[in-house]
Design a binder for this molecule. Structure first.
Ligand code: NAD
Length: 386
């Protein structure tokens, strides 16, 4: 049995690696019209190899067992069809013990930040998912790529454009796929918004309004308020969803940004990162997006006004409970497990040798825009985005 398992894993590993070599040679086009990207589930007319690939479950190792891993990703991995929670990487032995028991993770699949390189030798793990503070994404994505495993990195991809490029280079060099944890590309209300906007169902979009904000607890020693670990304030953490929402509503990237910082009401708390930021993005068709993110208010909305109607998601960026309406009435779309769909889709892309709809290049594009927004804030001038 042991021998059989070894052969199975070796073959499986070669199979998955073979796929990634083929993918590594392919240039990524940036899929704005995300609807045409990699699909999950059995398809009619799929080849035998595709069907057989679809029957395998890939092993995911989560790196960083904080709030998002614990409350969203690990539970979602109990519902996935194409992948499962195979391993963990944590610097906290007590978390390792709890997770081992809760999710039945064998000792050989438990790593810490010093032993993460050894995942290279572990055939159970096919994908490494980086769920660490933003300022650590580049270092650990590069380490993960160098083990020869495929990588998912949480948003924002990194805290600088240079780091994003290094991450993409490392994944290309190691022939592995890189995807960003943009869960909303797999969420049906947001997919409807892409359709309404990009297919001009109500005519051309003129105006977008987006806000994503929450009140950060004051007594929490939080990396989100540390410039080095977070890269910035609510813009990096939440505003990225407004940037994404505007881009996929229109199917275009912004050409210029202007910014107004909001009032600072808690200077002690926000001595390194912004408390509130308001920015406007201009798009090639003349459409404008007014956006806002704050760590001192509530906000959770994506709205678009087009020539012949409007639509709105509110709440918009939550893990569940998203509600949508158009100028014709409620959208009546069911909520889904976004993270399960996102991870299943990436596993399917690996198994079926397809490109992810949320590649590193999209993460890089967004970090360039975030940096342009900060530049506009610093200079007080309009900043062009090329
Ligand atoms: P968190 O603070 O709850 O967890 C961070 C984890 O990193 C902890 O396990 C902590 O122990 C570990 N860590 C390792 N080194 C650390 C260091 N030097 N300082 C601080 N923590 C360190 O954070 P989170 O909310 O889980 O966020 C983690 C990542 O996930 C971030 O990049 C965040 O943007 C992203 N995230 C994404 C979503 C989403 O909807 N896609 C939601 C929440 C968080």
């Amino acid at each position: 049995m042991k021998k059989l398992n070894t052969i199975y894993f070796q073959d499986r590993r070669r199979f998955i690696k073979g796929i990634s070599i083929a993918v590594g040679a392919t240039a990524f086009g940036l899929p704005f019209a995300s609807l045409s990207a990699c699909q999950t589930g059995n398809k009619e007319g799929a080849s035998e190899a595709e069907q057989s690939a679809q029957n395998k479950k890939l092993g995911i190792a989560l790196v960083g067992l904080g709030e998002y891993s614990s409350s969203q990703l690990a539970p979602a991995l109990q519902e996935t069809q194409n992948c499962y929670l195979a391993g963990i990487v944590t610097g906290t032995p007590s978390k390792a013990a709890t997770w081992k028991k809760k999710y039945n993770i064998p000792d050989k699949n438990i790593y810490n930040y010093k032993t993460i390189d050894q995942i290279r030798e572990n055939p159970d793990i096919d994908i490494i998912y980086i769920v660490l503070p933003n300022g650590m994404h580049a270092e650990y994505t590069i380490k993960a790529a160098e083990t020869g495993k495929h990588v998912i990195c949480e948003k924002p991809m990194a805290t600088s454009v240079e780091d994003c490029k290094r991450m993409i280079d490392a994944c290309n060099r190691n022939n592995v796929k890189l995807s960003i944890g943009y869960r909303l590309h797999f969420e049906p209300h947001h997919q409807r918004v892409m359709e309404l906007g990009q297919q001009q169902v109500y005519g051309a979009v003129r105006k977008i309004e987006a806000s994503d904000s929450f009140v950060i607890p004051e007594n929490l020693g939080n990396w989100r308020l540390d410039k080095k670990l977070a890269g910035g304030g609510p813009l990096m953490d939440l505003g990225i969803y407004c940037v994404q929402g505007a881009i996929y509503t229109l199917g275009q990237t912004p050409t210029a940004v202007t910014v107004k910082f909001g009032k600072v009401t808690k200077p002690k708390l926000f001595d390194e990162v912004e408390e509130t930021i308001n920015w406007q993005m201009e798009f090639p068709t003349g459409a404008l997006a007014d956006c806002r993110s704050s760590y001192n208010k509530q906000g959770n909305r994506l709205y678009a006004n087009a020539e012949k109607g409007w639509w709105e998601l509110q709440p918009s960026f939550s893990y569940s409970g998203i509600e949508g309406r158009t100028s014709d009435g409620p959208m009546n779309i069911k909520n889904v497990n976004q993270q399960a769909r996102q991870m299943d889709d990436f596993a399917a892309c690996i198994l079926e040798n397809k490109e992810t709809r949320v590649p590193g290049e999209m993460g890089l594009r967004d970090v360039k825009i975030l940096m342009a927004i900060y530049e506009a804030a610093r200079t007080g001038k309009k900043v062009d985005i090329n």
